[in-house]
Design a protein around this ligand. Sequence first.
Ligand code: GLC
Ligand code: CA
Length: 542
Amino acid sequence: MAETKTQPWWKNAVVYQIYPRSFQDSNGDGIGDIPGIIRRLPYLEELGIDAVWLSPVCRSPQDDNGYDISDYQDIDPMFGTLEDMEQLIAEAKKHHIRIIMDLVLNHTSDEHRWFLEAKKGKNNPYHDYYVWRDGEEGTYPNDMKATFGGPAWEWVPELGQYYFHQFSVKQPDLNWENPKVRREIYDMILWWMKKGVGGFRLDVIDQIAKEPDRGITNNGPRLHEFLRELSRETFQKGDLITVGEAWGANAENAKLYSAPDGSEFSMVFQFEHMVMDQKEEKWDLAPLPFVKLKKDLAKWQTELYGVGWNSLFLNNHDLPRIVSRWGDDGKYRKESAKMLATMLHGMQGTPYIYQGEELGMTNVRFPDIADYRDIESLNMYKERMAAGYKEEDVMESIYAKGRDNARTPMQWDASKNAGFTEGTPWIGVNPNYTEINAEAEKKDPDSVFHYYQKLIRLRKEYPVFLDGKFELLLPEDGQIFAYTRTDEDAALLVCVNFTGEDASWSMPEEFRGARTLIHNYPGEGPEGTLRPYEAFMLYKKK
Ligand code: GLC
Ligand code: CA
């Protein structure tokens, strides 16, 4: 382990994200669950990760797969019981793994007790827990749209009012202006902290301070005031990792979110690098501007150095599989999956691995829209078909960007349903599971799995990963992504060929003869031409 006495534990940690419904089923109902996760803890320990972020497991009608919570202090029966959750926390600890919960605080389910009360009348004590506007049926308070399609306002005839929802109709927004709402939330968080969770991921947290009358969704004026209060009342009473999901984060406000004094969070998920290969909307595809991507990631590395902290990720449950997106999921699947991991894991920050990424799992192409489950894809399909788009174009968008790409079951082995369930899986298994699965990967010393395992180990072995200063090399090169990390004692060179073609490369003088830490082709890190998706790291003591 690197010497980290003065550093919080999560700076040296690697986090693994589990999407519970797709990870491991234990009772044959076709849906992954908490006992299934417990069964797979040895696998996670073998990979070497330090913490697991669980997408929501709280009680929920599952309109948005758990991101619509109806009881924050109970587990959805689909996933198990509160006792199962307590057991998971305890068992994980034995495997040196902390459990990070997903907190969805911008909205609840419309079946949450608070909302059911709120709908009863304008004088109900819970009414003001949500965001309402008087109006007339059919005349919306304004033209704001919901992320999952349609207007952001829903009419409630009994009240003669609209409520505001940034996501689906079944996800009414909470009113953070109301101090009672904030207090309830803090008490709920403290309750989970007492149960021994290791941290929280905060869903769309930059949207809580919305001001719909001014069209403001994220980065509202009171956002950081709310976050500092939230942090003070809860997280700062423990030793937690906290990561906010913030699509509106930029390198400036990220310094507030991840301030080293811990006044807000440990770090945020920002998405600048994840929205470059699209036009206005994510469904409208555009080629990846590679040079721009490099400069952007370099900017985050440099801007937050010493004054904030980065999260490092290329995948999650909302994003397509990175090997299909920026690599080559055919001929060079293994090489390109390792290349992307090398590029990312050499940077400063806390890496997040999304389930199956460590196997080089790919996107899926189901033949029929009926095979899809994600509310966002299904709504988009309806809207675009009605608007006259060609079906094959709509399906191409889903194949490239749909969230179900990440949600097909984890591929454990080559047996029926990839070892995920004995029953019928809630969503189809990617047919390539017979080839790509954890069992096969573990047997192959040259696999993507073992490569990730090694990257995780290296980060803990060499302190330069933790504190080395970042410098981008060859910023204008259209094929190579190379950078160095340097501290007082050592220098690290990370170099990858981002393309399926040879790339011309010449080793910087100071790294000639340096030690190869990792390489996705046999032998030492090359001095000349790089082969397709070739990637390596070199290390030199000063
Ligand atoms: C976040 C989640 C996503 C969810 C949305 C609404 O973006 O990651 O899965 O649909 O928030 O809660
Ligand atoms: Ca189950």
